[in-house]
Write a protein that binds this ligand. Structure first.
Ligand code: COA
Length: 171
């Protein structure tokens, strides 16, 4: 057998993260068994109107992954492929939850490939117990004063408390 060349495998996990949920965290954790390092890249330019500002989403992610030496949080503006190329990475990591994610992810992966064919998108499935909700559902529950503690990492609950200050927190 030929010897195996050890190169650092780095993946960029991009998203809006408005806010990051336990589903996103699950993808990062599982991704760490495949990649040496994951760069969680928060996007400024998305097609969405965001609840948390770009800076808030970035700071929130920094808090969530503060203890994770193999996870780095970065911001980016403009095209994702330009950012990936600029840091010398070659892989975009995306999570898949349900079949309904597939069409959108398929379109995005192929468009990114059209923009830069040297960059590959790799998919990891989020764990099933965190596969049924999204950031917009979390925002809706939080704005209506519901309990989001089972859906998001702990620091995110505090970010919502600061921003809207009327959450029920289960004891
Ligand atoms: N668990 C829970 N929810 C998840 C999830 C997971 N594992 N993976 C995705 N989601 C949800 C998110 O919560 C979000 O929900 P919402 O729509 O209710 O808010 C939705 O699925 C998708 O969000 P996200 O993962 O943040 O990705 P996104 O689609 O917002 O991110 C970018 C898109 C940022 C990657 C894309 O817009 C981009 O690349 N922008 C830069 C500009 C660019 O290059 N554009 C061309 C792209 S081809």
């Amino acid at each position: 057998m030929r010897s195996i060349r050890i190169e650092e495998k780095v993946a960029v996990y991009p998203g809006t993260f408005d806010p990051i949920t336990l589903g996103h965290v699950s993808v990062v954790r599982r991704g760490l068994s495949v990649f040496d390092r994951i760069i969680v890249a928060v996007a400024k330019d998305t097609h969405k109107e965001n609840f948390f500002s770009f800076e808030e989403r970035y700071s929130m992610l920094k808090e969530v992954f503060a203890g994770e030496s193999r996870v780095e949080v970065m911001k980016f503006e403009g095209l994702l492929v330009d950012f990936v190329r600029s840091i010398g990475a070659k892989i975009i990591l995306r999570g898949l939850r349900t079949v309904s994610d597939f069409e959108y992810e398929f379109q995005m992966a192929l468009t990114n490939r059209k923009l830069d064919s040297s960059i590959e998108t790799v998919f990891i499935m989020a764990e099933e117990h965190v596969s049924y909700f999204s950031s917009s559902l979390v925002r809706e529950i939080a704005k209506l004063g519901g309990d989001i503690t089972q859906l998001v990492p702990e620091p995110v609950v505090r970010w919502f408390e600061k921003k809207i200050g009327r959450l029920k927190v289960s004891k």
